[in-house]
Design a protein around this ligand. Structure first.
Ligand SMILES: Cc1cc2nc3c(=O)[nH]c(=O)nc-3n(C[C@H](O)[C@H](O)[C@H](O)COP(=O)(O)OP(=O)(O)OC[C@H]3O[C@@H](n4cnc5c(N)ncnc54)[C@H](O)[C@@H]3O)c2cc1C
Length: 242
């Protein structure tokens, strides 16, 4: 009764704001940790039970350990039809959840909600055999791994900015010639330097659809450069992790 009175007393504007907030929320479900797969000293895959969770490649979910109030967003790394959900996670120095998940006991149930986000391949464009350029730094490669595995035959180039040669994660999963590692510390990969430098020495395809994912500095720099080179802004899509 008290609560109803409160709602009636709200201004229509506030009520609308509150309702639209709740309509965007998704149900939280519980999912068991099936495995933790270490790819490097600091990057690992969390494999989760899929249950009835459906998503489009490129979307993310929100994960929380029950009772810990540490919900964080994670892009989905596995393909749409895989019987599990994989997340590719970097253990952040001074981080909270990314540190705790690395050592979580297999079988623990975590809370997940989603899927969220519009960083996806658009059906209409997929039907037109377009060329895609995916630009990522670090675990920003996660949505592209899902997109490529979920859409066999995708005409794409994946440009991955990493520090060391050992951080190419599962690069053999991409079609031959599609994956290019740009390393900023080690020599010996496809390109020595940052992804922005790689783009600057090559020719920019103006007919490609560009998807950029990673830290905000790189995303801003790359999208700004592409626009300067004449790529239409509507053909540049971005996802910022931090
Ligand atoms: C839409 C979206 C999708 C995301 N997908 C992924 C993903 O697929 N894989 C993944 O590892 N992370 C992803 N993140 C980042 C993730 O949500 C967390 O921020 C990250 O795991 C750190 O959480 P934490 O609790 O350990 O650290 P926190 O205590 O939350 O943060 C500590 C500090 O680390 C910074 N930080 C966050 N991520 C990184 C990073 N990768 N490298 C360096 N510093 C960082 C934060 O800005 C903060 O300053 C995503 C974020 C968003 C918004």
């Amino acid at each position: 009764m008290q609560q109803n009175q409160f709602i009636v007393a709200q201004s229509p504007k506030l009520r609308h704001k509150k309702n639209s907030y709740f309509s965007r929320m998704k149900k939280i479900s519980h999912s068991k940790i099936l495995d933790i797969i270490n790819l490097t000293d600091s990057t690992y895959i969390v494999r989760l039970e899929k249950n009835n969770f459906e998503f489009k490649a490129g979307q993310y979910l929100v994960l929380n350990i029950p009772g810990e109030n540490m919900a964080r967003e994670y892009s989905i790394y596995s393909e749409e039809n895989a019987p599990y959900i994989d997340l590719l996670i970097k253990e952040v120095t001074d981080g909270k959840l990314s540190k705790e998940l690395k050592y979580i006991k297999i079988g623990t149930k975590v809370e997940i909600s989603g899927p969220f986000g519009f960083f996806i391949l658009r059906d209409r464009e997929l039907n037109q055999s377009n060329h895609y350029t995916f630009v990522a730094t670090g675990t920003g490669i996660s949505p592209f791994h899902s997109m490529v595995l979920s859409n066999p035959g995708l005409n794409c180039e994946v440009i991955h900015g990493i520090k060391h040669n050992g951080e190419t994660y599962e690069s053999a999963d991409y079609p031959t010639g599609c994956y290019k590692a740009c390393t900023s510390k080690d020599h010996g990969a496809n390109f020595f330097g940052r992804v922005t430098q790689y783009l600057k020495v090559g020719e920019i395809r103006k007919d490609s659809l560009y998807y950029i994912c990673g830290n905000s500095g790189m995303v801003g720099e790359v999208s700004g450069y592409l626009e300067l080179q004449g790529v239409p802004p509507e053909n540049i899509r971005t996802e910022v992790f931090f």
